[in-house]
Design a protein around this ligand. Sequence first.
Ligand SMILES: NC(=O)c1ccc[n+]([C@@H]2O[C@H](COP(=O)([O-])OP(=O)(O)OC[C@H]3O[C@@H](n4cnc5c(N)ncnc54)[C@H](O)[C@@H]3O)[C@@H](O)[C@H]2O)c1
Length: 363
Amino acid sequence: MSTDTLTIRSQLGDYPVHFHTNFGFLSRLASLPNPVILIDGNVLQLYKETLSAAFRDRAIYVLEATEDHKTLDETARIYQWIIDHFKAKRNIDFISIGGGITQDVSGYVASTLFRGVGWDFVPTTLLAQVDSCIGGKTSLNFGGRKNLLGTFYPPRAIHIASAFTHTLARLDLFSGYGEVAKFLLMRAFESGEPFPDVATHLTSIIGDRAESALAPIIRDCLNVKRSFMESDEFDRGRRNLLNYGHCFGHALEAASKYYVPHGIAVNIGIIFANLAAAARGMITTELARLITREVNLPLLAQEQRPNDYLEDALLENMKNDKKRTGQSLPLVVPTLGGLVKLDDFTEPEFRSILCELREMLFH
Ligand SMILES: NC(=O)c1ccc[n+]([C@@H]2O[C@H](COP(=O)([O-])OP(=O)(O)OC[C@H]3O[C@@H](n4cnc5c(N)ncnc54)[C@H](O)[C@@H]3O)[C@@H](O)[C@H]2O)c1
């Protein structure tokens, strides 16, 4: 049974996020008129019994959820598979189950096949549940650049069962916490909530995969994202602030060749952004250091490699950021009144903040 629903307002059509306390909703998805199912291969293995019971002998496209499958080649294989296996055309009910990679690939397919088909998404990672599942962005990597291609195409409905997170590897769980930290910090910078409270809140949920711990935090994060997104769905203003932690984070993901997962990179990107804000006097150095120590460093979850922090590679990736329009480097930073996007962050500043960050991580 669905416990409750959050509605996301969209100019492309409002859509619901249903919160489920068990997996019964999967059979209801399977009984849509023309189901076409795509599932992350690891999820299919881990939930074989549940998924076979729901989808019985239906054909399933199995997606290998790695960054090198977030490509046009993979979408071409999916288009072909759908054309080969199903008679239905625009009336297919596309259902995809997996994390952010599955969402990006299947959403791109849903938005382009037959100029758009009905699509239900079941996010199975914490990161996809707290963040990527709403907002309607679909993305593919292209020419060695992350998320270069994409569309705005929200699912018809999103189905969250926090129980999927029980099987997440520790690193993927912590990758989700990186985005959770981002949303809680954004809310605190906007509302004036004390930062030690954010740290206490995070500490209280780390490692707790119980529905009672996760469901409220997922809802909180989606509400923060919604508040930045609904007024600027197509990313021309306020929604850009959701890139807090992402400007440096994306550069680090790419420089590490995806050794550093998305949410961990965002968490480190937050340290970078806070140090940059402190260097400009927008927040105090004490606050930047307190947040780093109490919020970000406990969420690192993997050993950082000095070679992923080489100045030239990171700078090149920051310059290639698709959000960069002028000469300066893209960066969203906190102030005590909320987040702002800098339009004059310079290379010398980048070099100096990178030195500080390396000092924190490696000494
Ligand atoms: N479209 C958007 O708005 C948006 C926003 C943020 C991130 N992203 C993208 O999302 C991707 C990262 O997504 P992610 O962190 O959700 O993970 P993912 O999709 O990369 O999956 C991470 C790993 O977890 C496995 N997995 C998935 N569900 C599982 C489960 N329930 N139990 C065990 N293992 C499971 C996957 O097979 C994979 O090995 C990046 O490519 C990022 O760019 C997109």
